[in-house]
Ligand binder design. Structure first.
Ligand SMILES: Nc1ncnc2c1ncn2[C@@H]1O[C@H](COP(=O)(O)OP(=O)(O)OP(=O)(O)O)[C@@H](O)[C@H]1O
Length: 711
């Protein structure tokens, strides 16, 4: 600050020295003129060059830029002022330039310093603000690019908008004409034509405005559809870790409310802004013709309001973002509780859930309260500024009328124009503010649209014949979201042979599910690799891999719709006979046939109308109709009866498939050809049940703990 003051004073001093030198020269030469207006400009520019050099020598970085701006203001203020004065009231004699006056020198320095302080502190913003503006510009050009397919619609909409505004502006003019004719003598001759013109512009205004609105809404709907499609597509490509970091409530809020808001803000605000700007320009023309002084005062309101609005926008943008996050969290909290109501009820945790929800609501309330306070302070200050300006205008109007420069009629017309003009300006500022406050929302949506999934690109292997031999080679893996250094899998090596059942057993948290997740490529190992028929998994085409390696989990996710749509999920043109044949083999056909609409029975929200065992049967069927070569059953038969479980095992083993079981029931583990005992992320023991029992190692010691029932 001190440095800036010191440099500023140096510049003012040099300016004073140069101006005094000029006046001294004029006195010595006994000349009253120094080249007139041209001389004034020449001297100003020369002074600017000197001060510019001084500013460059005195400081660097941001201060140098500020000093350069200050020098320009100091040197050019006087020629600009003189030019304006001459243009407004041309002097009768040739202009001789300002006479030597220390007061003028002081006033110039003071007004330049004041303007510089206001500009640097409130209007220009700091570097971060400028970067923010650049970012904002980039963000909006990105959004506009999404409108590209609707260019024709938009051209039509904006053309209708301008035509509508033109008609709107002429309506009062023709109304005035009709009133003049009604009170005048030429009633018969010009009346019909004036009424005709009035009707024409009124019909034009209604027609064009209607068409503009319709086309804007239509292109907005198209944009929304396009953006939602792109965003949903981008979300579906993301790796599983992304969904662990972003809860479903947050993502659904981005996909629905944020995309809607983004389209609405850009399209509707652009529409309102263009409409108001065109109207403002037309009105400004008329107002300037009536009184430029009053118009100037009207326009002073604008930067002041803009300054306050800038501050308000930056504060409210932050709060709006917090509100969005809070809304998403609350939504998520409520939907989690409602969907898990059985668990909540069975643990009698209603009060705890209510307390958690209340805490979340309190947080939202406190954000909204802050937002309300900001909004009222902003509104109050804005109104006060308007009041002060209006008073100044009345005083100026009185002066103009008493000096005969303005008639009372013109003043009335001016005020008649002022109201809609300020409404338009407010609308422009409101739209600007509203658009700016959605920058945060838009940039979040864009960041999701631009996000590159952090997973290896898919290969192009898709062999017609697949044996199904799986090899884990020294696989080490930690979850991306895991805060500790502890790896979920440490150098795991194992082999799954085609035509055999391998069971993964071990204590909870041992690493069984992690093996399954890696095999399904939900995550990528940090070290080692998993081979399928000798080729790493990422060499295979993704769709092919998920078809050939099928996973059935303990709590399968069913979607609302019919049984058939759930069974055929993701498979095109699946024959009904094939589904029925598979259902018969795993003993699911019987319970399906007993249902009201058989395979077309609605399963309800998330399969809520089915029992847990029925859901598991449907999930097994869904896997089998894809004709996989490797089947992973992760506790997938735990809710089935013994016969159905046996039928499932027989069917999955058919056609020499490789079967991987994660099970906690001894009766099924005993059937495995190979049991892999995994604990603390490492393979501890391998063998058949009998071999492991005979070895009397960890498996033998933990048997009671590992299995929930004995056969
Ligand atoms: N999504 C995750 N993010 C971070 N860590 C995880 C995640 N899932 C599992 N883990 C951790 O990885 C380790 C292995 O977990 P894993 O689910 O593979 O065990 P598991 O043997 O399948 O257990 P269970 O029999 O209880 O299902 C555990 O320490 C667990 O806390």
């Amino acid at each position: 600050m001190k440095e800036a003051l010191r440099c500023g004073l140096c510049i003012i001093l040099l300016d004073a020295v140069l101006s005094s030198g000029r006046w001294a020269g004029m006195l010595l030469l006994q000349s009253s003129s120094c080249g007139g207006l041209a001389g004034e400009w020449l001297f100003g520019l020369m002074k600017w060059a000197f001060l510019h050099l001084l500013a460059s020598a005195l400081a660097d970085g941001k201060l140098r830029t500020v000093l350069r701006r200050f020098s320009a203001l100091l040197c050019l203020l006087s020629p600009v002022f003189e030019t304006g004065r001459i243009l407004k009231a041309p002097p009768p004699e040739p202009h001789s330039g300002p006479s030597p006056d220390l007061g003028v020198l002081f006033l110039g320095a003071a007004s330049s310093s004041l303007a510089c302080v206001i500009w640097e502190n409130w209007l220009s913003g700091d570097k971060n603000m400028r970067n923010h503006k650049l970012d904002t510009k980039r963000i909006f050009s990105r959004v506009l690019a999404y409108f590209k397919p609707d260019t024709l619609y938009l051209i039509a909409a904006f053309s209708f908008l301008i035509l509508g505004v033109l008609c709107d502006t002429y309506i009062p003019l023709y109304q005035g004409k009709v009133i003049d004719l009604l009170s005048g003598q030429e009633l018969q001759t010009g009346f019909s034509s004036a009424v005709g013109q009035l009707v024409l512009v009124s019909v034009g205004s209604a027609l064009f405005s209607g068409m503009r609105g319709g086309i804007f809404m239509c292109s907005l709907a198209r944009l929304n559809r396009r953006l939602k499609h792109l965003l949903f597509h981008s979300l579906l490509q993301q790796e599983v870790h992304f969904f662990e970091e972003n809860n479903p409530g947050k993502l659904s809020s981005r996909l629905h409310s944020d995309v809607d808001r983004m389209g609405r803000t850009v399209a509707l605000n652009a529409n309102a802004m263009v409409r108001s700007t065109v109207k403002t320009v037309l009105m400004l023309r008329v107002m300037l013709a009536l009184s430029w002084e009053l118009t100037l005062l009207t326009c002073i309101e604008m930067p002041l309001l803009a300054m306050m609005q800038n501050k308000y926008i930056s504060l409210s943008t932050e709060l709006k973002e917090q509100t969005q996050e809070c809304h998403a969290q609350n939504k998520d909290l409520a939907s989690q509780t409602v969907s898990g109501i059985r668990t909540v009820r069975s643990f009698s945790a209603e009060k705890d859930e209510l307390r958690r929800y209340n805490v979340a609501l309190d947080e939202l309330r406190s954000i909204k309260r802050r937002s309300g306070i900001y909004s009222s302070v902003y509104l109050l200050t804005r109104r006060m500024v308007s009041l002060v300006i209006k008073t100044a205008m009345l005083i100026q109007a009185r002066n103009l009328i008493s000096s005969g420069q303005l008639s009372i009629g013109s003043l009335v017309s001016f005020f008649l124009y002022q109201k809609p003009m300020s409404v338009n300006l407010k609308e422009i500022m409101y739209c600007y503010g509203e658009t700016m406050s959605t920058v945060g929302v838009i940039s979040k949506v864009l960041s999701y649209l631009d996000r590159t999934p952090k997973c290896k690109t898919e290969g192009d292997l898709a062999p017609e014949r697949l044996e199904g031999r799986i090899v884990f080679q020294n696989v080490t893996f930690s979850y991306p979201s895991s805060s500790s250094d502890r790896a979920a899998l440490k150098s795991v090596s194992l082999e799954l042979q085609p035509g055999t059942i391998t069971a993964l057993v071990g204590p909870s948290g041992g690493g069984k599910t992690s093996c399954v997740s890696l095999l399904k490529r939900l995550y990528e190992p940090q070290e080692g690799q998993i081979l399928l028929d000798g080729a790493p998994l990422h060499h295979y085409r993704r769709k092919y891999l998920h078809q050939k390696v099928a996973l059935v989990s303990q709590n399968p996710v069913l979607f609302s719709g019919s049984l058939r749509s759930n069974i055929e999920y993701g498979v095109k043109d699946c024959a009904a006979e094939k589904v029925e044949e598979a259902a018969k083999k795993i003993r699911a056909h019987d319970f399906i046939s007993e249902m009201e609409n058989e395979y077309d029975t609605d399963v309800g929200e998330r399969g809520g109308k089915l029992s847990e065992g029925q859901k598991q049967s449907i999930a097994v069927l869904r896997a089998l109709i894809r004709e996989p070569q490797v089947v992973i059953l992760d506790e997938a038969t735990s809710k089935l009866d013994v016969d159905a479980e046996q039928a499932v095992l027989t069917e999955v083993l058919a056609r020499g498939r490789t079967v991987l079981l994660v099970a906690h029931q001894l009766r099924i583990v005993e059937k495995a050809d190979l049991i892999v005992f995994i604990e603390d992320g490492s393979v501890q023991e391998e063998g058949t049940h009998e071999e492991l029992m005979a070895r009397r190692g960890r498996y033998y010691r933990l048997k009671e703990e590992l299995f929930s029932e004995s056969s």
